[in-house]
Design a protein. Sequence first.
Length: 336
Amino acid sequence: MLLAAGLVALLAAVAVAAAVGAKPGNGQSTGTGTVFLPNPVAELQNQSLTDQKDADYPALAPAYHQVTLTNLDGSGRLVGDWANILSETGDPAYSPTNEFNYRRNDDRFEQVMAYYWVTEAQRYIQSLGFGAQLRPVNKESQDLRINQWGADNSFSWDKKDMIKLGKGGVDDAEDAEVILHEYGHAIQDSQQTPFGYGLSQEARAIGEGFADYWAVTVSNVIAPTPDAPCVADWDSVSYTSTVPHCLRRTDLNMHYPEDLDLVRIHRSGQIWSRALWDIRQAIGHLKADTIILEAHFGQRDPTMPQLAANTVAAAERLFPADVAKVREAFEDRGIL
């Protein structure tokens, strides 16, 4: 009777799957996909590239790369341990062989970009020891919606634990550093630090600065480019006239508190991102990113001096030989 009941249940499940159009996967955990590393302008250092209404034109050809997609669940969808493409504009990417090779004139390309870069960001976090020797950081399948917002903007929504990537101009999910910026906010939300889009304006500025830093540190680890401190150089060709095209930079000579503008929090965030960038330059990305992530735990609505002090304390616990260099980076910005 148990065998018969199990068989009936299995047949019922198959019938339901067929009714909703579900497609079986092959059970593989890896696949291949085509992505930008991290984006065409940053890699090719060609400031003349433009959106051209999502066209796939010859000058972009060298910017496409085939990569391994890891941690897939075998369903044939872009769903896995660390990223879940929940919804999209147009057809959802599906491959029974886990081969996801599209170009930017196909909206499925952006789905692959989001899956790959979020997954690689989480794998990088875990390589630093988070989730093993250290507390986990956003160690879950991050939900993402692609081209679901008609504005040329993106955001991480803590209430729904969701990243939404917008469209218009260069669609946001075409630029790895936009994806990573929003993942930076999701990281902060996962650490119970509500200042990605937080409470005070100064805390929100910290959130934007950290997200900018996170975008460039991860992209520079995975796919180094000549002008690493330039954030989202591909996305920004649609709305910047200066060259090089940068959404923002992490190496500007800004100081606290005189450059703190509590209305323009993204601009003020460049004070914070410069301090983090200087730490990275001084002690290397592995130690810097471990310290910076560890310092976020338990911080609620901090000022820049408060979080800087917590970052120095994290350095004292983890890498005491580098404490002076961490402190110096904040002192150079006037934060400590």
